[in-house]
Ligand binder design. Sequence first.
Ligand code: NCD
Length: 331
Amino acid sequence: MRHLLSTAQLSRAEAIDLLDVAEQMSHVSTREVKKLPVLRGLTVVNLFFEDSTRTRLSFEAAAKRLSADVITFTAKGSSVSKGESLQDTAQTLSAMGADGIVIRHSGSGAPHRLAHAGWIDAPVVNAGDGTHEHPTQALLDAFTLRRVRAGLPASGPHDGAVGRGLDGMVVGIVGDILHSRVARSNVHLLTTLGAHVVLVAPPTLLPVGVDSWPCDVVYDLDEAIASQGFDALMMLRVQQERMDEAFFPTAREYARRWGLTDARARALPADCAILHPGPMNRGFEIGAEAADSPRTVVLDQVANGVSVRMAVLYRLLTGQSTADRGREGQL
Ligand code: NCD
């Protein structure tokens, strides 16, 4: 694996390997000294052309816990606002000696272009591109689901055994599928790992071509909750910043039909985990009871995000040279 651009590129074995490495990394995060020397001397550049809090902080924490030097670049206040192109920005960073580049961009396909245009030769990690993909989010969701499935704490250390894939698990993904890179990346990854994915959304918030995705699509959330036997339900944020027209009548109507209201949260199977990638719009796609319920693993997802990103950076930035092989023993 040279870059991580999409979850569609991952084989089952590669995905499981990343989750297993992330399990090892999760133990580092609970030590008194949360550091491994494996990326010492390497520089990770975080290029954030689009707003982000948790993903940017998570990649920074991940790189630092592996002892890399980290340069974070946010588009605001940079020469991008003076019209500098992706190519010029990338080449500048490359000239500064970036060993790995993490990029978030509003343009679907920007990370792919950065990886393949021949401007740079560092590995590229997609941290969310437009409405396309967000592979590390899907990996952290899969990591969390694997823990839930094994009956282990959803994050943090444990002595139990996680399974390999997610075979037989039924996962609902609810809401704004159309604008969600999280949903796209999850449909690929969770099905690769053996889960059965059911998308629940208003027809206006489903992308063209969704029929060819490897999942079921239904429109009625109450019916889905009653009939699907969900092991986990992932609520998506309604991405109003990407909407330039009306996709549903009113926020109230959306919440009434597709939100995880308190009544729906109570109707879920007792052991159904509730996920949300954050940031949550309380009272819109998720009600207070669901947001604060003990079955909700939103903060576990955040914690697991660091472990998963450590695993991705470790796998992409090491293993190529003899010096790298020396690093393997330091895990
Ligand atoms: C997601 C994103 O940016 O795609 N959030 C995240 O990475 N934490 C989902 C969202 O913004 O709704």
